[in-house]
Design a binder for this molecule. Structure first.
Ligand code: PMP
Length: 404
């Protein structure tokens, strides 16, 4: 049996981590990591999470019963308020269907599955994905029979947004197309549209009756401000764009392995939202039956207790602040100390955990093979891999590689 099963290649990010771990060089650096690290290169359990865990431990009445199919109601309500804003009209008009999911990946999957079954496709089932995008997007949509199509996003010449290309794709796509949008801190480029550009994008989407599939994996983690990072989503809801939102608490609460997330589908009426809920329940039941409790309980405590919520905001600022500081330091090292050839403005202009350095795959390879610095071939670095001990070595190595 299984003689004809082809051997699949390993996941590139996990492969990178394995190569880094096997490397015995003392100064090795892992810039592939997709999780926050503190200045000692250690995973960080947020102090507010520790407090919430203590509360859970001290609540003997909590049991291990199943959650409802759509998740912990206190969690989904608070999660919707967090991302859509507690003053959201869509929420007060009860037009939002929120379902707890297996983190952001699960939200993407459930959203994709729902669209695959129920979206009024006029032709082929296709989703427009930014070029490039989080690699898993391709697989998630293909798994449910939706074909990924690229829209221009990143311009290697400017190491910034190809706004004209993006806009012309919105305008030329068949009416009613589905576009996946990164709400903030675009992965892998770190390049986000400005508010003015978002407004133009929303107009183009409304004009063509497109559907916006928002993926938000970094609320708060990008700018340090939860409301600021949800701006595009709230703006689109206000404008009346047909849309859904995938939400993850992996990064902003440091709950990677606990798989806490939600899918929010915004409908035009309360009745439609109820129908959507009924179908999401059917889909969720057959896939995971019901979502896990532990992480959802932690997030619910944090979101619903004003003191814990304030503390969480401070923890988020600690993480986002360290990343922003690394960007500033790297920029300073390259431009003021090493005078590395080229323009490095993008290092400080890009947002979030990841940065597209603009170096070639060959240069990335040299960084790994000669300098033991691990990064993806597309030149993406995780700012979280940089800290006071690694940043100097990375800047010097990058400088040497760029000079050739
Ligand atoms: N979307 C994007 C764009 C991401 O970068 C990530 C995390 N790498 C996710 C979704 C989902 O992550 P998780 O399933 O851990 O919440």
């Amino acid at each position: 049996l299984w003689q004809n099963v082809p051997l699949a290649p390993p996941d590139s990010i996990f492969k990178l981590t394995a190569a880094y771990k096997a490397d015995t060089y003392a100064k090795k650096v892992n810039l592939g990591v997709g999780a926050y690290r503190d200045d000692d290169n250690k995973p960080w359990v947020l102090p507010v999470v520790k407090k919430a865990e203590q509360i859970i431990l001290n609540t003997p009445a909590l049991d291990h019963e199943y959650l409802p199919i759509t998740g912990l109601p206190e969690f989904t309500t608070a999660a919707a308020n967090l991302i859509l804003g507690s003053d959201s009209r869509a929420i007060s008009e009860t037009r939002v269907t929120s379902v707890q999911t297996i983190s952001g990946t699960g939200a993407n999957h459930l959203g994709a599955l729902f669209l695959s079954r129920f979206y009024p496709w006029s032709g082929n089932k296709e989703i427009y994905l930014s070029d490039p995008t989080w690699a898993n997007h391709q697989a998630i949509f293909k798994n449910v029979g939706i074909t990924p199509v690229n829209y221009p996003y990143y311009d290697p010449k400017t190491i910034g947004l190809d706004f004209d290309g993006f806009l012309s794709s919105l305008k030329s796509a068949p009416a009613g197309s589905v576009f996946l949008l990164h709400a903030c801190a675009h992965n892998p480029t770190g390049v986000d549209p400005t508010r003015e550009q978002w407004s133009t994008i929303a107009d183009a989407i409304l004009e063509k009756g497109h559907y916006a599939f928002f993926d938000c994996a970094y609320q708060g983690f990008a700018s340090g401000d939860l409301d600021n990072d949800a701006w595009a989503i709230r703006f689109f809801v206000d404008k009346g764009v047909n849309m859904l939102v995938c939400q993850s608490f992996a990064k902003n609460a440091g709950l990677y392995g606990e798989r806490v997330g939600a899918l929010h589908i915004i409908s035009t009426s309360k009745e439609a939202a109820e129908r959507v809920r009924s179908q999401l329940s059917v889909l969720q039941r057959s896939e995971i039956s019901n979502p896990p409790t532990y992480g959802a309980r932690i997030v619910t405590l944090i979101l619903n207790d004003p003191a814990l919520f304030d503390e969480w905001k401070r923890d988020i600022q600690t993480m986002a602040g360290r990343i922003i500081n690394m960007r500033k330091q790297l920029f300073k090292l390259l431009t003021e100390e090493l005078h590395t050839p080229g323009n490095w403005d993008h290092i400080v202009n890009q947002i979030g955990m990841f940065s597209f350095t603009g170096i070639t795959p060959e240069q990335s390879k040299i960084l790994t093979e000669k300098y033991h610095i691990y990064l993806t071939a597309n030149g993406r670095i995780s700012m979280c891999g940089l800290n006071s001990s690694t940043i100097g070595y990375f800047a010097e190595s990058l400088d040497k590689v760029v000079r050739g």
